[in-house]
Design a binder for this molecule. Structure first.
Ligand code: 13P
Ligand code: SF4
Length: 364
């Protein structure tokens, strides 16, 4: 389990103006120099991500965390599971900090270790087939460790297909945690029909499945979802196409299967970024992902149309918790020799979670 000693933002930080905060962050960053690296996920707000030394999706940021050995402090502007992964992959001398420990992920919270262990035992009780577990990186370190101990691997939205192919080459069936939609979209694109997928609902007895369904399924999909991406609906695709004839619809694979089927392209955060960035001027894009990333793409590429697939403002409220005030406080504390909001995974969990993460990095 990660340490969860929650340090609270001192009150006076909320009184600083935007300019003061910018100046203070820049000063603290300069004072820490090469002792510090700031990693920023694409869903972070502009006021924060502008200070990131590296921006990326979860795959890119975990690769960076594994390779930037010279920095003593890794300040992760993202959510808790990302900072945990950075702690697991970084060297022992490195300290990982999440500026606000309340920046969690509702999807990661949808699978806890106890539920997954029950599922594993019940599946084993119904079938002799070899099941290989896969966990999306959006999961707790404890789930990653479970997967590592049981011969499986982590995946991200960038490499889910490669990891699922790897898993099915090693075993007869896969258990995909904790995002039902990423699992379904990935398996379907590999040619696995929907009838060979079974949703495991941890709230139901035996996952809500009959023994026969368990024997027949090739992929078990954990009933979890992202509250941001699940809000995009098929009618949003129809509406945006009617409003902007010729628009290309690109969505993140955490969106529902029905939405992904209607989209022109489905890809990870980094994929979406690349497609829009490399698109010709005048092209039109409707994007199904987190709103900060879409707004930034629109601002940085004013010569093309970049709109959200739906105007409902699909904001990840936990990503949003990382504020400039928290970043400023974290960095100034480090300058003063004090570590606040450290994310530290216990050694046993770390060992097995690392096995699952290393497998992913090898497969990728
Ligand atoms: P990426 O793997 O595309 O960075 O996505 C992470 C995430 O949390 C998406 O909701
Ligand atoms: Fe979690 Fe969804 Fe936010 Fe990603 S966008 S961090 S999956 S809640």
């Amino acid at each position: 389990m990660a340490s969860l000693a929650l340090d609270l933002l001192p009150e006076h930080y909320v009184e600083f103006s935007e300019q003061e905060l910018d100046a203070r962050i820049a000063r603290a960053k300069a004072a820490l120099g090469s002792r510090l690296v700031i990693l920023g996920h694409h869903y972070q707000r502009d006021e924060v991500v502008k200070f990131a030394d590296f921006r990326g999706d979860s795959l890119k940021l975990s690769q960076l965390a594994a390779s930037r050995r010279e920095a003593e402090f890794i300040v992760f502007c993202g959510v808790h599971f990302m900072a945990e992964s950075a702690d697991i992959l970084s060297a022992d001398h490195q300290v990982v900090i999440l500026p606000d420990l309340n920046a969690g992920c509702s999807m990661a919270d949808m699978a806890n270790l106890e539920q997954v262990e029950v599922c594993w035992e019940e599946l084993a009780g119904c079938t002799d087939a070899r099941i290989v577990p896969i966990t999306y990186i959006n999961s707790t370190a404890a789930i990653k460790a479970f997967v590592g101990r049981n011969g499986g691997a982590v995946c991200t939205s960038s490499n889910a297909r490669k990891v699922m192919e790897w898993a099915l080459a090693r075993g007869d069936k896969g258990l995909f945690l904790p995002d039902e939609h990423l699992g379904r979209n990935t398996a379907y694109r590999m040619g696995i029909p929907l009838e060979e997928m079974a949703v495991w609902d941890p709230q139901e007895e035996r996952g809500g499945l009959r023994e026969e369904e368990i024997r027949q399924a090739r992929i078990f999909l954990w009933k979890g979802h992202c509250s941001v991406h699940q809000r995009f609906l098929p009618e949003h695709v129809a509406r945006v196409r009617a409003k902007y004839p010729g628009v290309r619809v690109v969505v993140h694979p955490e969106c529902k299967w029905e939405v992904c089927q209607l989209a022109d392209e489905v890809g990870s955060t980094e994929y979406i970024l690349k497609r829009v960035t490399e698109a010709p001027p005048g092209s039109q894009w409707a994007v199904g992902t987190e709103i900060h990333m879409i707004r930034r793409l629109a601002q940085e590429h004013a010569d093309r149309l970049v709109v959200t697939l739906d105007d409902c403002v699909c904001l990840c409220s936990t990503m949003y918790r990382i504020s400039p005030q928290h970043l400023c406080w974290t960095l100034e504390s480090l300058v003063a020799g004090q570590v606040v909001n450290r994310v530290s995974v216990d050694p046993e969990t770390k060992r097995w979670a690392r096995v699952a993460l290393d497998r992913m990095l090898e497969i990728t």
